[in-house]
Design a protein around this ligand. Structure first.
Ligand code: NCD
Length: 306
């Protein structure tokens, strides 16, 4: 039962529950007009204490496409946080105004804290470098719609695997499907945190860490590109040194198989050359569309409308 639940971590929902959301998303793709009034009278709160284009606007688009409304803020400067209000008090307040909340906050662990004060379902739209479970639902729907399976895959993740919260959430989610393997492509300084490696080892999931994309791109079914997370670096010099570590271009795409799927949560900085955009294997703009659909499905499930 997903009604009234929170979504904080990518593994809060079991595989059956995730599949329920993906199935509903597929129904929405087939017959969007059947869903256009289901959230009449419902209000989504979008509390964004950190910048966002896709995540916030896709949540807002999702509730509007379901016939509901939304209220919120897009930066902490325009909320009472700037006057010193605690997160707990902001959440207690906003849960009186809304039926469901999506929150992004730069502090790891803020989402679980907020959920303990919320009277309505709370969705983590990114808590610092920790987790970003609705991006993961987007990624799962994109992989499902592109490959028609979520198991038996070699998934390459490339770039900033240390600070990239979408990477942490996606690894956790894809680990639950049978026989998936991970190829972790990053400079040494930007490898996945130890807790992810410990998690993979404890589940006996095959993974390897490499530095060169060219050596492994031919083995992959999915390549998940990420940007170097500038805002989470402690010093500018390290960022400048690492920011262009990987650039996927048409030459590298020649080394990949015909049915590779290239995903990216976006925003892109330099890590995918624009020449790759017209390659049929590049699915990152389709992924943007799936982001709205999957959030529609999630909102419907948490509100218990479907
Ligand atoms: C990601 C994020 O915010 O973590 N973007 C997104 O939600 N689509 C990735 C990123 O910012 O690099």
């Amino acid at each position: 039962m997903l009604k009234n639940r929170n979504l904080i971590n990518a593994d809060d929902f079991n595989v059956d529950e995730i599949n329920e959301i993906l199935n509903l998303a597929e129904e929405i793709i087939k017959r969007p007009s059947d869903f256009s009034n289901l959230c009449n009278g419902k209000i989504l709160g979008t509390l964004f204490f950190e910048p966002s284009t896709r995540t916030r606007l896709s949540f807002e688009s999702a509730i509007h496409r379901l016939g509901g409304d939304c209220i919120g803020f897009s930066e902490s400067a325009s909320s009472s946080t700037s006057k010193g209000e605690s997160l707990a008090d902001t959440i207690r307040t906003v849960s009186n105004y809304t039926d469901i909340i999506a929150m992004r906050n730069p502090k790891e662990g803020s989402a679980v804290l907020a959920s303990s004060y919320s009277e309505v379902p709370l969705i983590n739209a990114g808590d610092g470098g920790h987790q970003h479970p609705t991006q993961t639902l987007t990624d799962l729907l994109t992989i499902w719609m592109t490959k028609k399976r979520l198991d038996n895959m070699t998934i390459g993740l490339c770039g900033d695997l240390k600070f990239g919260r979408t990477v942490h959430s996606l690894i956790k989610a894809m680990s639950r499907y049978n026989n998936n393997k991970f190829v972790l492509i990053s400079p040494e300084e930007l490898q996945v945190p130890d807790y992810i490696k410990i998690f993979l080892k404890s589940k006996n999931i095959e993974f390897k860490e490499v530095e060169k994309m060219e050596d492994v791109i031919g083995e992959l079914d999915v390549l998940y590109m990420t940007r170097v997370q500038k805002e989470r670096f402690f010093n500018e010099a390290d960022y400048v040194r690492l920011k262009d570590s990987y650039i996927l271009d048409n030459n590298k795409m020649k080394l990949a198989t015909e049915d590779l799927a290239v995903l990216h949560p976006l925003p892109r900085v330099n890590e995918i050359a624009t020449e790759v955009d017209s390659d049929p294997r590049a699915v990152y703009f389709k992924q943007v569309r799936y982001g709205v659909i999957v959030r529609m499905a999630l909102i419907l499930k948490l509100l218990g409308v479907r």
